[in-house]
Design a protein around this ligand. Structure first.
Ligand code: SF4
Ligand code: SF4
Length: 100
């Protein structure tokens, strides 16, 4: 019982949902905006950032994009607000705020 994720919606019956521990398809993580689960939100303080990129590999959700060797703004569609990047940054360029 693997759901076509493009057809998921508020009217989807529970019987049509993908069962636990089943991988319906490859490369689908971008299709789920799981950032809405978060109760905390990291804030990027660009003027403090030294572009050391230490925060990038520790993010379990690949929510810190890098382009041309520089990190960008957080991908809030997928960030879970775990705070690991805050701990990893040696320059205080990331703070955490609660989501209201
Ligand atoms: S708070 Fe967690 S999920 Fe969000 S960007 Fe930082 S390390 Fe990644
Ligand atoms: S760890 Fe801190 S200083 Fe280094 S790239 Fe990330 S935000 Fe910038």
């Amino acid at each position: 019982m693997a759901t076509d994720i493009s057809k998921l919606g508020l009217k989807t019956k529970w019987q049509d949902l993908t069962g636990g521990m089943i991988v319906a398809g490859a490369g689908t993580s971008r299709d789920f905006n799981t950032g809405e689960w978060s109760s905390n939100k990291p804030q990027f303080i660009e003027e403090k950032c030294k572009q050391c990129l230490l925060c990038v590999p520790v993010c379990p959700d690949s929510s810190i994009p890098v382009k041309d060797g520089k990190r960008g703004e957080f991908d809030y569609k997928h960030c879970k607000g775990c705070g690991i990047c805050v701990k990893a940054c040696p320059f205080g360029a990331i703070t955490m705020e609660g989501v209201k």
